[in-house]
Design a protein around this ligand. Structure first.
Ligand SMILES: [Zn+2]
Length: 129
């Protein structure tokens, strides 16, 4: 064990073992092909981090179908080649230039706390932001 690093919580370990004993075991060849052939998604989805947004369930997608990037409020910053760290921009660049996705979907959702916080900040109602 690495000092300062905690093991996965027990409920996640249990769920992983359940998945491995059922879904993975029943589809081993398919997962092997996904691992060996690399990813070839047709669509990139930029989604909010909100735990209620389950991108693959909403669109009935399987593993390998979507290249998914998540951040708070599904924000897409303007292009800015300043040499700084831009996770969303890097994900979009990789999806478009390397994976050659055909579609980029920016997925919003109801009652987004990130959008509310941004709105409140712009209205001056969140001085802490
Ligand atoms: Zn949200």
């Amino acid at each position: 064990m690495i000092p300062g690093i905690r093991p996965l919580p027990g409920f996640l370990v249990q769920r992983f073992h359940g998945w491995r004993a059922t879904t993975w075991r029943e589809n081993k060849a398919w997962y092997r092909r996904l691992a060996q052939d690399g990813q070839h998604p047709r669509t990139m989805v930029i989604s909010c981090c909100d735990s209620r947004v389950h991108v693959t369930s909403i669109f009935g997608a399987d593993e390998g179908e979507f290249f998914i990037h998540r951040n708070i409020a599904s924000l897409v910053p303007p292009f800015n080649p300043d040499g700084e760290y831009h996770g969303t921009s890097a994900a979009i660049e990789y999806a478009v230039t390397t994976l050659r996705v055909a579609h980029v979907v920016v997925l919003g959702h109801a009652n987004c706390g990130g959008v509310r916080g941004c709105h409140d900040m712009c209205q001056g109602h969140a001085p802490e932001l």
